[in-house]
Design a protein around this ligand. Structure first.
Ligand code: SF4
Length: 372
C-alpha cells in the first residue's frame, strides 16, 4: 500500500496546483539554447504532447532572459526560469510573465537584492523553488557536515529563512544528490522540518536506462513514503524520454496513469513467435494513445490468456499464430504476421470508444503467471 501523502501547502504555477494533495506534477527542463526561442518552444510543445505539465528553462544571461516573454506567449505549459546568482535576470524573468523561478536567494548578492526579487514575485504571485544540490553546498556546511543529507537540509532552510524574513512563503524546495540513499534521507528529513511542497529528483542520474532505474528507485521510495509534490526524472538525453519514465514510475505506484501500460512476458523456451519484436513494435505504435489502457503481449497460451483476461486488449502467441483478446474474451485467432496490426487496431478502437464515452477508468492486471 502506498502511504498517505505528506500534507504540504499548495502553490499555483499559473493555474496548475502543486502540493496540498494535488496530483504529483510531472515536469522537465529544456536542453535547447534558451536564446533560440523557436527551438525552445518546439521542444516545450513536444514535452507537452508527451504529458509534461511544468517546464523549466535555463536563463544563463540577459539574451536568454530577454526572450522569455516570447517563449511564454507560445508556451502551452506553466514556465519556470532557472536562474543562478543574477538577481537582474530574475527581475527580467518575472517582468516577462514567467510562472515560477528556480533560484537560491542566498546566492544572489545580499538582502537588498533578495527583497527586490521577493517584491516582484509577491506582486505577481510567482513561487520560488529553492534547489539545493549536493554538488554546490555552501563551504561552511560542506566543512561541517560533508555532502550529507543534514547539510542539504540545513542549506535549504537557510534559503527558506531568508525568504520568510521578507514574509514570502510561495516556496517549493528540492534537495538533490546523485546518491539515491542520500537524496531519500534528505527529503525525508526535510519533510519533518517544513511543510513546503517538495520537488523530487535524482540529479545527474545518467543515460536513459541507467538514469530511469536510478530515478525509479529513489523517487519510488519517496513517493511511497508520501513525499513529493512534483518530480523530474533527469536523464542524459531527449527530455521527452523523461516524461515517459516519470509516468512509468507514477503508474507503477498506482499514483497516476497515462497512456498504454504494456504487460509483456519475458519470453522463454515455450515462445514460438517473435514476441520481443512484437512488444517493441506495439509500444512504439501505441505511444500516441494517452488514455490509460492495459495491453498484454504474451508469448504462449500457458499464461497468455490469464494475463490477457485482466488487460483491455491482449495477444497470446502460439505456433505460427496467436489469439487476440479484448477484456478477457477471445476476439479471433490470427496468423503470427497479422497479430501486431490486429492488436494496434483493436487498441485504437477501444481508445476511441473510451474517449467518446469519456470513460477513462484504468484496469490494473493481477500478476498471476509463473513466467521465468
Ligand atoms: S510461459 Fe510465460 S514467459 Fe514463457 S512464453 Fe508463456 S507467457 Fe511468455
Amino acid at each position: 500500500m502506498t502511504n498517505d501523502r505528506t500534507q504540504t501547502r499548495q502553490l499555483h504555477y499559473g493555474t496548475l496546483p502543486i502540493g496540498g494533495g494535488a496530483p504529483v506534477v510531472v515536469q522537465s527542463m529544456t536542453n535547447t539554447d534558451t536564446r533560440d526561442a523557436v527551438a525552445t518552444v518546439a521542444q516545450i510543445r513536444a514535452l507537452a504532447v508527451a504529458g509534461c505539465e511544468l517546464v523549466r528553462v535555463a536563463v544563463p544571461d540577459e539574451a536568454a532572459a530577454a526572450v522569455l516573454g516570447e517563449i511564454k506567449r507560445q508556451c502551452p505549459l506553466p514556465l519556470v526560469a532557472d536562474i543562478h546568482f543574477h538577481h537582474r535576470l530574475a527581475l527580467m524573468a518575472v517582468a516577462q510573465g514567467v510562472d515560477g523561478l528556480r533560484l537560491n536567494p542566498g546566492n544572489i548578492g545580499g538582502e537588498v537584492r533578495v527583497r527586490e526579487v521577493v517584491a516582484a514575485c509577491r506582486d505577481r504571485g510567482v513561487p520560488i523553488r529553492i534547489g539545493v544540490n549536493a554538488g554546490s553546498l555552501e563551504r561552511d556546511l560542506e566543512e561541517r557536515y560533508g555532502p550529507t543529507p543534514a547539510a542539504l537540509v540545513e542549506s535549504a532552510l537557510r534559503h527558506v529563512a531568508m525568504l520568510e524574513r521578507f514574509g514570502f512563503e510561495l516556496i517549493k524546495i528540492s534537495l538533490k544528490s546523485s546518491n539515491v540513499p542520500d537524496t531519500v534521507a534528505a527529503c525525508r528529513l526535510l519533510a519533518t522540518r517544513v511543510d513546503y511542497p517538495q520537488h523530487i529528483g535524482i540529479t545527474e542520474a545518467g543515460t536513459p536506462l541507467r538514469g530511469a532505474i536510478k530515478s525509479a528507485v529513489g523517487l519510488g521510495i519517496l513517493l511511497h513514503d508520501g513525499i513529493g509534490d512534483t518530480l523530474r526524472v533527469s536523464l542524459t538525453g531527449d527530455p521527452v524520454d523523461e516524461i515517459f519514465a516519470a509516468y512509468q514510475i507514477l503508474g507503477s505506484l498506482g499514483r497516476r496513469r497515462r497512456g498504454i501500460e504494456l504487460v509483456s512476458c519475458p519470453t522463454c523456451g515455450r515462445t514460438e513467435i517473435d514476441l520481443i519484436g512484437l512488444a517493441a513494435a506495439a509500444e512504439r505504435r501505441l505511444a500516441h494513445i494517452d488514455l490509460p489502457l492495459t495491453v498484454a503481449v504474451m508469448g504462449c497460451v500457458v499464461n497468455g490468456p490469464g494475463e490477457a483476461r485482466h488487460a483491455d486488449v491482449g495477444i497470446a502467441g502460439g505456433r505460427g499464430s496467436g489469439l487476440l483478446f479484448r477484456r478477457g474474451e477471445v476476439v479471433r485467432r490470427l496468423p503470427a504476421n497479422e497479430l501486431l496490426d490486429a492488436l494496434v487496431a483493436e487498441t485504437e478502437a477501444l481508445a476511441r470508444e473510451r474517449a467518446a464515452s469519456a470513460l477513462t477508468v484504468a484496469t490494473v492486471p493481477t500478476p498471476e503467471d509463473d513466467c521465468p
